[in-house]
Write a protein that binds this ligand. Structure first.
Ligand SMILES: Cc1cc2nc3c(=O)[nH]c(=O)nc-3n(C[C@H](O)[C@H](O)[C@H](O)COP(=O)(O)O)c2cc1C
Length: 278
C-alpha cells in the first residue's frame, strides 16, 4: 500500500490544499487512488494469471450503460502472442519490458447478435452505439487500474494500440463492432512509490452548478509554471518544427502534440468495422 497521506498527495497533485474529511484521512483505498501514478518500469516478475483474472472480474463489476455490458478484455497470455502485440506497439521502448498486457475493447456486437436471436431490429445504429461501448470500455479500464494499483501492481494505458487498430483486430480475432480502446501494461513496479503527476487546478476541471471558464487562461499559465517547478518535461516534441523553448511547459507540450495529425484514419477504421457513426 502507498502510505502517502491523502491530503499530502492531493496538495502535491493540485498545488493547493484540498480539505479531506477526517473520517477519510486514513482510508487505504482512497490513499492509493490519491497518490497513484502510471507505471512504465516493471520488475522482471510475471503476474500470475489468476491474479489478472480476479482483477478483470473486479474491473468488470464497474458500472455499465443500461447494463448493456458492452466491453470486453483480452488478456494476452501466450508468450508469442505477447511478443506479437508488442511488435505492433511501436515508438514506446518501455513497452518491451511490460510483463503483461490486457486489451480493453468496446463491444457493440453482442447487442446486435441478441437482436438477431430475439428477432428484433436494432434501430440504434448511430454514433451513440460507438460512444456507449467506448465509454463502457474506458470505465472498465479505470476500474482495472484502481484494482491493480490497490493490489500493489503498476499499470500504464497505451492508446497507441489504436495506431494499428486493423492489425490488432486481426491478431486478436476481433469481429465487426468490437474494437480496441486501449491496451494496458501491467506488472510489479520497479520503484516503490508512483510519481505523482500534477493535475490542472481543481477549480479548472471541477465546476459547481454550471460550467465556468472564468480565469481559465491564467489558471493554465499558473499550472504550467507550477508543473515545471514540480517536475519539468524531459523532452521537447517536434524540435525541428518548433525549435526548443525555455521554459517548455505542459501547454507547449500538448499543443505541439496535437499540431501533428494523430490517428486521423481511426474514423474510417471504425466505419469499416460496421459502425454508422451518423
Ligand atoms: C486512454 C489512455 C491512453 C494512454 N496511452 C498512453 C500511451 O500510449 N503511452 C504512455 O506512456 N502513457 C499513456 N497513457 C498514460 C497517460 O500518459 C498518463 O495517465 C498521464 O500522463 C497522467 O499521468 P499519471 O497517470 O501518472 O497520473 C494513457 C492514458 C490513458 C487514460
Amino acid at each position: 500500500m502507498n502510505d502517502t497521506k491523502i491530503s499530502e498527495a492531493l496538495a502535491e497533485r493540485y498545488g493547493a490544499d484540498i480539505p479531506v474529511p477526517g473520517e477519510l484521512a486514513q482510508n487505504p483505498a482512497l490513499q492509493t487512488m490519491a497518490a497513484r501514478g502510471s507505471c512504465r518500469w516493471f520488475r522482471d516478475v510475471p503476474v500470475p494469471d489468476d491474479l489478472l483474472r480476479a482483477l478483470c472480474a473486479i474491473a468488470l463489476a464497474a458500472p455499465s450503460k443500461s447494463d448493456l455490458q458492452q466491453r470486453d478484455i483480452v488478456m494476452i497470455r501466450a508468450a508469442e502472442q505477447l511478443a506479437a502485440v508488442k511488435a505492433l506497439l511501436t515508438g514506446q521502448d518501455w513497452i518491451a519490458q511490460a510483463p503483461a498486457l490486457l486489451i480493453f475493447c468496446a463491444n457493440n456486437r453482442r447487442q446486435r447478435l441478441m437482436h438477431d436471436w430475439r428477432n428484433r431490429t436494432f434501430v440504434n445504429d448511430h454514433l451513440d452505439a460507438f460512444f456507449n461501448a467506448s465509454v463502457d470500455a474506458g470505465i472498465a479500464l479505470a476500474g482495472f487500474v484502481h484494482a491493480a494499483e490497490a493490489a500493489g501492481l503498476g499499470c500504464c494505458p497505451i492508446s497507441t494500440i489504436r495506431n494499428r487498430a486493423a492489425d490488432v483486430s486481426t491478431l486478436l480475432n476481433l469481429p465487426d463492432h468490437v474494437f480496441p480502446v486501449a491496451a494496458l501494461a501491467v506488472g510489479y513496479p520497479q520503484f516503490p512509490s508512483p510519481r505523482i503527476s500534477m493535475r490542472l487546478p481543481l477549480d479548472t476541471t471541477l465546476h459547481c452548478d454550471r460550467y465556468d471558464e472564468t480565469g481559465l487562461r491564467a489558471a493554465v499559465d499558473t499550472y504550467d509554471t507550477a508543473r515545471n517547478a514540480h517536475r519539468p518535461m524531459t523532452a521537447q516534441r517536434q524540435p525541428d518544427r518548433f525549435g526548443t523553448t525555455e521554459p517548455y511547459t505542459w501547454s507547449d507540450d500538448k499543443t505541439r502534440q496535437y499540431a501533428a495529425p494523430e490517428r486521423n484514419d481511426f474514423g474510417a477504421f471504425i466505419r469499416g468495422r460496421g459502425f454508422d457513426l451518423s
